[in-house]
Design a binder for this molecule. Sequence first.
Ligand code: AMP
Ligand code: MG
Length: 322
Amino acid sequence: MTTIMIDARVDEARAVDVASTLLREGKVVAIPTETVYGLAAIITNDDAIRGIFTAKGRPADNPLIVHVASFADVTSIAVVSPLAQRLMDAFFPGALTLVLPKRSHVSDLVTAGLDTVAVRMPDLAVTRAIIARAGAPVAAPSANLSGRPSPTTARHVLDDLDGKIAAVIDAGPCREGLESTVVRIVDEKVYILRPGSVSRNDIERCIDAPVATSVQDADLHRSPGTRYRHYAPHANVVLVDSIEEAIRERDADKGPTLLLAPIDLALDLPWRPLSAASLYAELRLADSLHVKKIIVHCDEQVRTNEALMNRLRKAAEPRTED
Ligand code: AMP
Ligand code: MG
């Protein structure tokens, strides 16, 4: 299969036209969003949804986030409680995913058989236009091979999936660079299943109540994706919180080592700047340079960014599979 690439910044009308036509035909298309690039298929076609799992090599028990173009799309697939509506009013379109009770017609392939569906409205006009023209919401996990860092440019998507998908719509580098925050509402309380670009503070300010996380540990099957090793580069990732520790790590190995830090620590190591928006691009760059070890300096600013720390810890987890 030849993968078409269309730059939506050059010809938005053609990007919308081609992508929505392919989606209607049941093809798999990589779409830009403000968080990371997504691998989309229309939710009304089970074969199309299977195409996502095949292209990514994603385990079938890991449910997909459904991306919508309108509030009407949300109510067509899910039941919206007053608290869910409040969150939608505040954060849709945006980097917040709501796990809601699903309507019975939503395919089990999308939800991995759960009675809930995860829903998000992406904050890119071109992407909402593609979904609207496709005629139904699309399921879209990150457009990377399973176990690789999420793609934040169209080039990253092609590096993983060229020849395996129908098209990539390029809208430039993703503004946020980390996946959405996934929340679930149980008994009108909000639980964070996965930290993301929308912070705990943002959510607490909106609902005027504390947000819990315990459901993630107590009830793992409700967010199956959190079981899998994610966001992994080939290099060994080591997190340090002081310069002394960074020096010890530098001296412990002789292999090619990279320092990822908010500012240059002048450690006589190749240094790349660390931020939420650039993390995945840097992990991929390190892989392409065959770096063996990435020392990540987590200063105060990094440590207080819950989503960034979550992805860094996952990247640093010991390798289990792949
Ligand atoms: P990804 O699409 O790779 O960004 O991952 C989507 C995340 O949302 C994974 O952690 C999934 O397990 C989670 N998710 C999707 N649907 C549901 C659902 N119905 N209930 C709980 N978590 C979900
Ligand atoms: Mg993913």
